[in-house]
Design a protein around this ligand. Structure first.
Ligand code: GLA
Ligand code: ZN
Length: 676
């Protein structure tokens, strides 16, 4: 278990430095009315704390801390290092990043510092130490929030030099590096460490093969680009560590975190979580994000440390940065917050407490709107939730989750799969993982999102869709798990490469071939308008597409075959007995129904059961506390749905009422009950 708060924090980002002092007092009164017991401060105030290189000025932050302390609010104290002060960018241009196109940025925006700039590293340590020295002993400072939403990348000369040092440490010799990156391809052999350049638009990027979140998604040498991703994640993590250690010199007690972003691609969050006392994250679904996707991200954030997490940010009403920033409908923020708690959230925090008067976030939702009153729908909903959390939140804090299903998630795999050129540009890692998660979500089967080095023996079923990269030791671990009776589900584009993105020779799925009992001789790629037919052994038919493995059985039995094309009649989905366990191999992208059929079979065989016996379209999620199992029953569907019978006669903790058989839950309704 990670850090545990005494009270469930309810609050969020608060920027009083943007407001005249008379507003602060009004804020404190409004926070009380809303049941808000905490505030996250100092997230973007570096330029106010250090107006020039020589001058630090804490009088304003002193006053903010003092105001909140006197109001009895718990403080999440941020370190302000996520946006550079103008003087620093002017005096030391090296602190600004160089982008994928090779352009050195000027002063502007945020999340803009080069992680390998010695100047930036010096200043963050100095500032953070001063903050911790000054505020670390304040009992109301219950948590440190380092930087903000770390991410992005830099391609400057300092990063290039640091990359070479990182590689030297990893590979030792230039020969080992040449081999790992397979540099004889296109004669890119390197004879000196200084010949290594960063993989961007000026070097190995393939701009004409689609573009992604990180400039260009495709690269001539995935080995180089994956190492660059690892290096950049490590470089930024070093920044986090520098700040954390500066804080630790003065404050040994309060947990240290930084706010993560779910399935954000750029950082290896499993590695990061090892350095964090508690995981926190920002949940910003858009108007059309499926609720299962939100649930999966919560589970992933819980999985990072296998412990409850903080919800550092969500909007009480709308965002400003999405294309369509629809309002949260009445009840939606409440149910979204309870869903967070249901999946392991131990805090509920907003961005932001007061809506800003200017800047690009002036249309971002807030607890206190521009009208400045408590007479708004949003405020009333925040206050209702505040009352509920205050009443029952604390009994839930720290409670765990029990899952018999694990889904593997791996950032190395994420990078490698999406850097790879071919066979199908539509193949996206998180999409494929989500399709599996969605099945378990629909069935109310509890899932842990787990790293590839997790202890698999805790699980009865482990799913590893598109496990493209199988690193050293992984196949052996999976074999031991299955041999002992575990059920393993994998499929197309799995077992293909090693940690350097070089192919495991000898036929796909490489090191998983023995386990799966199949050989994938070829992989067909289908365009979005193309499909194949899938015929299950019971005769039922369905569609499949995107990728079709052409399989040979090597001990496995066929569960479904292809219905068309030159490989019609060959196996598409298989099951293999391995030791005491089973391995399912799904050789193509099945429809939702098709995947359900296969996973029903796999779950049935593995004895997987949902958190309640009754089938329902409601989301039912469970946390296990000392007082018993707490069940969260939530309606995310458009239609009213009946309460499952198991809750009849039980007390709904939210309303205090005894629930009745057959009572209906409207859209966004929530019930919480404890079953022994
Ligand atoms: C992110 C940031 C916040 C704010 C919100 C707006 O999560 O961390 O500072 O910009 O987005 O949604
Ligand atoms: Zn840099």
């Amino acid at each position: 278990m990670g850090a545990k708060f005494k009270k469930m924090l309810y609050g969020g980002d608060y920027n009083p430095e943007q407001w005249p002092r008379e507003i602060w007092q009004q804020d404190m009164e409004l926070f009380d009315k809303a049941g808000i017991n905490s505030a996250t401060i100092n997230v973007f105030s570096w330029a106010r704390l250090q107006p020039s290189e020589e001058v630090y000025d804490f009088h304003e932050l002193d006053a903010i801390v003092d105001t909140l302390t006197r109001a009895g609010k718990q403080i999440v104290l941020a370190t302000s290092t996520a946006a550079l002060p103008a003087w620093m960018a002017k005096r030391y241009p090296e602190v600004a990043r160089v982008d994928y196109e090779g352009r050195r940025h000027k002063f502007g925006q945020r999340h803009n510092a080069c992680p390998n700039s010695p100047v930036y590293r010096h200043f963050i340590q100095e500032l953070t130490a001063k903050l911790a020295e000054r505020y670390g002993s304040n009992e109301n400072v219950v948590c440190w929030h380092i930087n903000n939403e770390y991410g992005g990348e830099c391609y400057c000369e300092n990063c290039e030099k640091a990359f070479r040092v990182w590689l030297r440490k990893k590979y030792g010799t230039i020969e080992a590096l040449n081999q790992a990156w397979n540099l004889t391809f296109w004669g890119h052999n390197i004879y000196d460490w200084d010949e290594i350049v960063l993989p961007n638009a000026l070097s190995e990027g393939i701009p004409w093969q689609g573009s992604g979140e990180f400039g260009c998604e495709k690269t001539a040498f995935a080995g180089i680009s994956i190492d660059y991703r690892r290096f950049m994640s490590d470089s930024i993590l070093d920044n986090f560590r520098l700040e954390r250690d500066s804080i630790r010199q003065y404050d040994k007690a309060a947990p240290v975190t930084t706010n993560l972003m779910g399935t954000y691609k750029g950082l290896d969050y499993f590695k990061w979580a090892k350095e964090m006392d508690i995981v926190s994250w920002d949940n910003y679904p858009s108007y059309d994000t499926p609720w299962s996707h939100v649930a999966m991200r919560h589970d992933l954030m819980r999985g990072l440390k296998n412990a409850p997490f903080m919800l550092m940010e969500q909007t009480p009403s709308q965002q400003n940065w999405q294309p369509y920033n629809s309002l949260k409908k009445p009840g939606q923020m409440r149910v979204q917050s309870w869903q967070t708690v249901a999946h392991g959230g131990d805090t509920v925090q907003f961005f932001q407490l007061r809506r800003s008067v200017g800047g690009c976030e002036k249309f971002h939702g807030a607890v206190i709107a521009h009208a400045g009153t408590d007479q708004t729908r949003v405020f009333r909903e925040v206050a209702q939730l505040g009352e509920e959390l205050n009443r029952i939140g604390d009994s839930i804090i720290g409670s765990g989750t029990e899952s018999k299903v694990g889904i593997l998630f791996d950032w190395d795999n994420y990078w490698a799969l999406e850097y790879t050129s071919g066979p199908n540009v539509d193949l996206k890692y998180v999409d494929q993982i989500s399709r599996y998660y969605e099945y378990f979500y629909r069935k109310n089967i509890s899932v842990d999102m787990i790293p590839v080095d997790a202890d698999l023996s805790k699980y009865d079923l482990v799913a590893a869709p598109v496990l493209y990269m199988v690193k050293e030791g992984m196949a052996e671990a999976i074999e031991a798990y299955v041999a002992a009776g575990g059920t393993f589900v994998t499929g197309f584009m799995s077992g293909i490469v090693n940690e350097s993105d070089n192919v495991h020779l000898g036929g796909y799925p490489g090191p998983l071939r023995k386990l799966a009992g199949v050989w994938a001789e070829e992989i067909d790629a289908l365009a979005p308008e193309q499909s194949n037919e899938i015929v299950f052994t019971d005769g039922s038919k369905d569609e499949c597409g995107m990728l079709c493995d052409i399989l040979h059985l090597e001990g496995a039995e066929e569960l479904a075959r292809y219905g068309s094309d030159f490989y019609a009649g060959t196996p598409a989905v298989t099951r293999n007995v391995f030791g005491k366990g089973r391995v399912y191999y799904v050789g193509t992208v099945l429809s939702e129904n098709g995947l359900e059929k296969v996973l029903d079979l796999a779950c049935g065989g593995a004895g997987i059961t949902p958190v309640i016996g009754e089938e329902t379209e409601l989301e039912v999620t469970r946390r296990i506390s000392d007082a018993g199992a707490v069940y969260f029953v939530m309606n995310f569907k458009d239609q009213e749905l009946p309460l499952p019978a198991v809750f009849a006669g039980k007390k709904d903790l939210l309303s205090g009422r005894t629930m009745e058989e057959g009572e209906m839950l409207k859209k966004y309704d929530v019930r919480i009950a404890v079953l022994q």
